[in-house]
Ligand binder design. Structure first.
Ligand SMILES: Cc1ncc(COP(=O)(O)O)c(C=O)c1O
Length: 407
């Protein structure tokens, strides 16, 4: 729950930007952070120095990470994590003598952050256009957007053509020019796009065949959001690098991280990664992250997200009766509604309908937080109850009804 200045209460239906997975106001985290501040408020990881919470967190992440990822590089947030992963990939290939492997491939409609490298990987035009030209060497393929397939096909007859285009692009550009592919298992900002399992098998196979590193961006997907500690587990992806942030600390302090595979780590053993951030590995953030993971595990919130996520999605399905609802999709506690002008033609909504729905939901005590023209994201904290889910759906129902009348 969240409260405004007047004390009115709101259900946080979006974990404030997919961050507060364990919910708000956890005293145990606040107290641990206070204790750490009193002991050592800040410690740098530069020059071979460490601090105890950062080491403990690195070990914990290593323990829970998919594909036995071996190393951790800490940042202050998600964009920096993506930026760092891109630089690790480039320097790794340089170290291996493959100097031409510099290009990064991602997908249209993707969001990977706003710093130059991360923004160049981002595929959403709205974020890119005001700052173009962006960094050269960033390429984009079709997303696995089944509702609006670029090829006008339907799964499984499509034979996941969107994944096949990765191979076409690699061949066209020259395999030895590509450093890495970056993607979220479930595309969040595009509206919880859940690719078929086969999709990630194919992407992974293509990357392996051409010696291209696979960077999996789990900034939103991880820590239970999709019903798994990492969404990579759902797709059985074995990433070379994973980027983390947001729910890593549950929002109790800012932090991001890159998880790194053994081969890349070995490559950097006697070769410095010429990169670093003053607040990377901040001890207070590290304590918050450790406690956050402890809560996720102790309260079994991840399996809860899987079960309650089904309940949420089933409830949302009932909203399809509205003529402006084009699609409803998601996995775990990671869902979205896509609005259309016309259900049959899927004509896009041009006005910011989602903002209107968000505003009327706000008046009725539901906080949706990030309206996106034709999409509403519903991603509550994993501690939510069925009653609260019902309330979110009822309010959405009323708010959508009102928006339809006002069109
Ligand atoms: C998938 C993904 N990657 C990276 C980022 C960037 O994270 P930050 O906003 O912490 O820089 C975001 C932020 O929403 C994200 O959704």
């Amino acid at each position: 729950m969240l409260y405004d200045f007047k004390g009115k209460e709101y259900i946080d239906a979006h974990s404030i930007l997919w961050v507060a997975n364990i919910g708000h106001g956890r005293k145990e985290i606040a107290l641990s952070c206070q204790e750490q501040m009193e002991k050592l408020a800040y410690g740098s990881l530069f020059g071979g120095y460490f601090n105890e919470p950062a080491i403990k967190l690195a070990l914990k992440l290593k323990e829970i990470a998919p594909a036995k990822l071996q190393g951790v590089f800490f940042t202050s947030g998600g964009s920096e994590a993506v930026e760092s992963a891109i630089k690790i990939a480039r320097q790794y290939h340089q170290r291996k003598g493959q100097l031409s492997r510099v290009k990064i491939i991602s997908r249209r409609e993707s969001y990977h952050g706003v710093t130059w490298g991360a923004l160049s990987a981002t595929g959403l035009r709205i974020y890119r256009t005001p700052f173009e030209p962006l960094v050269p060497g960033f390429l984009h393929i079709s997303p696995p957007y089944c509702y609006r397939c670029d090829f006008g096909k339907t799964y499984p007859e499509c034979k996941i053509e969107c994944a096949e285009t990765l191979e076409q692009l690699i061949r066209y550009e020259g395999p030895k020019t590509i450093a890495a592919f970056i993607g979220e298992p479930v595309m969040s900002a595009a509206g919880a796009l859940v690719a078929p399992l086969e999709y990630w098998n194919k992407i992974q196979e293509i990357c392996r065949n051409y010696g291209i590193l696979l960077i999996i961006d789990e900034v939103i997907n991880a820590f239970g959001r999709c019903g798994y500690m990492f969404a990579s587990n759902h797709y059985k992806i074995k990433p070379d690098l994973i980027t983390l942030a947001k729910a890593l600390t549950g929002g109790y302090a800012p932090m991001g991280a890159v998880l790194i595979n053994k081969e890349i780590m070995e490559c950097f053993q006697d070769w410095m990664f010429v990169h670093g951030l003053t607040f990377g590995g901040h001890p207070v953030s590290a304590i918050a992250a450790l406690k956050n993971i402890e809560v996720l595990e102790k309260e079994k919130l991840i399996s809860k997200a899987k079960d309650l996520g089904k309940y949420l999605l089933e409830g949302l399905e009932n909203l399809k009766k509205h003529k402006i609802i084009g699609d409803i999709r998601g996995i775990g506690m990671h869902t979205a509604i896509e609005y259309v002008k016309d259900k049959k033609t899927k004509e896009k909504i041009k006005t910011n309908l989602a903002a209107k729905i968000e505003e009327s939901a706000w008046k009725k005590g539901i906080y949706l937080c990030r309206a996106s023209i034709d999409k509403t994201y519903i991603a509550p904290p994993l501690i939510i109850t069925k009653e609260q889910i019902n309330k979110i759906i009822d309010v959405l129902d009323e708010s959508i009804e009102k928006a339809v009348k006002d069109i």
